[in-house]
Design a protein around this ligand. Sequence first.
Ligand code: SAM
Length: 287
Amino acid sequence: MLKPRDPETLNILTEYENYSVTSHSYDTTRQPIGMEVILGCFAASNTCPLHEQIILDAGCGTGNYLQAIHNKVGICHGIEVNEGMLAQAQNKFGNGSHVNLDHGSLLNLPYPDDFFDGIMCNQVIHHLDDPGKTDAFPNVKAMLFACYRVLRPHGVLVLNLCSRQQLVDGFWWADLIPKIVDKMAARIPSLDFTGKMLEAVGFQKGGIIVPLHETLQGQSYCDPKGPLQKSFRDGDSTWALLSEAELHQTLERIHAMNEDGSIIEYLDEREKRRKRVGQTTFIFARK
Ligand SMILES: C[S@@+](CC[C@H](N)C(=O)[O-])C[C@H]1O[C@@H](n2cnc3c(N)ncnc32)[C@H](O)[C@@H]1O
């Protein structure tokens, strides 16, 4: 079994996306997805009925997922490291609501042992580790340890991430920025390795569910001019990995494809690929 890391070594943060800025427009192109998957996983745990459960959203961002589930569970907690994102989440829930928001890191969760019935971690893993380290994904492992500690026995962890194949086939702009997609893929552990890490931390085998019909960007996903807007790009941190020159070149290309109409056929073909693989993968495991 793996051993947890010393909390003293968990203070380093990887932040290639400036969420203090993008928090202002994040909600214009992002929506929570896979809610049936997440709620189904929580409901199937053996801790207590769904409406009594204490749930944590680890890396809750602007609180979109908490907003979607808070009326269906007992008490919600959200933890978020970026103050801009946290402020947006705070705006969604009034005083006296049963949603408690904390500023902090999911690598070092400030909650007692055996506290939560369920934990969801949506689209956060790619922010935790810089690629190319000798020890593969040390911060993802630290996060899994932290979640394991604060989950009650039989409690469920649901990880929502983009698989490497989904990065390539699930997002229409991927063909226009293949090198950047490779960079992003290196930030995400493979599904196989994620399963091995979960097991090594002590989780029991769960499963993998892929919702094929939903997109992270909702209705705006297929907007052929979407990436030309900064607010659209702010909804997907892949764009933050492009240099100024790469971004300029890519936007020129999208602009030209819109001008000559070739974007229509391009999007049609990309939609066929997306519908085969989906955009996100939900991995669940029980303590
Ligand atoms: C792509 S956003 C996802 C936000 C939200 N979960 C959602 O899906 O809408 C990634 C979020 O993870 C947060 N994050 C990154 N590292 C974190 C850490 N160590 N602890 C807590 N939050 C973290 C970022 O600040 C950002 O809000």
